[in-house]
Design a protein around this ligand. Structure first.
Ligand code: CA
Length: 395
């Protein structure tokens, strides 16, 4: 919400400000035949449905306008700090991926120590999980209850192993028809952009329920996404081949693209406990992950795979990448499960606190950006994903 505006607005981040598309369109500065209601909306779905040509027309207009922002009409630029951000997408379906090589290997080692870490099918298809509940950054996360095994028997109680999952989500702009698979080379015509994702997980609930059909209630209680959606066009200069280019064996033809590419995205996770807040201690970086070195499967492959059987997609559908972890689980993990190796080597915080999993009052912040100020490559920052753990409900 923009201060003083009676309806929500579609805004585009520009440095510390945001361009109000409703105001710019009202002044005739965006030369696109669009219903003004698209820019005065509580979510971006109306904009998604306009399609890539309109997205690019708006992007070009903004690039020209923001080259001399002092000429913008009153209200055309507002301070980002003054905004009340909303969930940016009316989510259609949320499909959770499992495309991170190091994460999938670590989870296999922890959960199935007597079997090969990666199951044989993992390198052949971009595995996906279930739908879930998506909330905006800043929402409190209530510790979920579920069946966990206590003394050898299932007991319904609050999770004792509440975890994060550091992911990147791909948001569908233009849906695809039921019965018609999306060709891997056409995925960019359907995807609007990317968000950061924290796919909260309850590991003890997950451990009891996940075989044979995969996670359900251990995952579906909450998934937080950033309030800003970064368009694919903005990420185009930062695409790299990454780990995806090393796929062995080569995937099926429908999963092959001429130029495999993932954003060269730097990710960080920060933790601030309640005691740190009380002491005025800032959030501490507990993990750093290079997304392109973490993901074995690309988002284009995920969308191509999910629609290969003719399943359709809709504007606002969200595909999570799967947890992004680097090779060093102690410093580059996208989950506490890996950072603390199933709770066997707790995270030691500078104030003497220890963490195996998340405790009530803990706040997690996920951040991501492409480019680097050091070598003069312009930066594209993703919005933070923030979530604080709220105690379980009593009933
Ligand atoms: Ca996940």
């Amino acid at each position: 919400m923009v201060p003083g505006a009676e309806v929500a607005r579609v805004v585009v981040a520009f440095e510390d400000d945001a361009a109000d598309l409703a105001v710019l369109h009202q002044h005739g500065l965006i030369d696109a035949q669009i219903d003004p209601a698209v820019f005065s909306a509580r979510c971006l779905n109306g904009l998604f449905e306009q399609g890539p040509d309109v997205w690019r027309t708006i992007r070009r207009a903004l690039q020209e306008l923001l080259a001399s922002p002092q000429g913008l009409p009153r209200g055309g630029l507002v301070a980002r700090s003054s905004l009340d951000m909303l969930l940016p997408v009316a989510i259609g379906d949320f499909v959770d991926g499992y495309g991170g090589l190091h994460h999938a290997t670590n989870m296999g080692r922890i959960l199935r120590p007597d079997s090969p870490a990666l199951l044989p099918n993992w390198r052949h298809l971009a595995y996906h999980g279930r739908a879930g509940t998506v909330v905006r950054s800043g929402s409190g996360i209530v510790r979920p209850r579920g069946q966990i095994v206590v003394d050898g028997a299932p007991s319904f109680e609050p999770t004792r192993r509440l975890d994060m999952e550091l992911e990147v989500g791909c948001v569908v702009g233009v849906g695809s028809e039921l019965g018609v698979p999306v060709d891997i080379e056409d995925v960019a015509d359907h995807v609007f952009g990317l968000v950061l994702v924290n796919d909260w997980s309850a590991r003890d609930i997950q451990a009891f329920e996940y075989q044979p059909l995969g996670p359900f209630l251990g995952k579906s209680f909450a998934t937080s996404i950033s309030s800003w959606v970064v368009s694919l066009d903005a990420l185009e200069p930062y695409l790299v081949p990454g780990l995806v280019a090393t796929q062995d064996p080569p995937p099926s033809p429908y999963l092959r693209s001429a130029l495999p590419a993932v954003p060269d995205l730097h990710l960080e996770v920060l933790l601030q406990t309640r005691a740190m807040v009380s002491a005025g201690t800032p959030a501490l970086v507990i993990s750093r992950v290079e997304f392109a070195e973490a993901m074995y499967w690309s988002m284009a492959q995920q969308v191509a795979h999910a629609t290969a059987n003719g399943a359709g997609t809709r504007p606002g559908d969200l595909f999570g990448s799967g947890t992004a972890s680097g090779a060093d689980a102690r410093r580059q993990a996208g989950s506490f499960m890996e950072l603390t190796w199933d709770g066997t080597r707790p995270l030691e915080l500078p104030n003497g606190e220890r963490r195996c999993f998340l405790e009530d009052g803990d706040t997690l912040v996920m951040q991501g950006w492409c480019g680097s100020e050091d070598n003069g490559v312009p930066m594209v920052s993703f919005g933070d994903v923030i979530g604080s753990i709220v105690p379980a409900r009593q009933n």
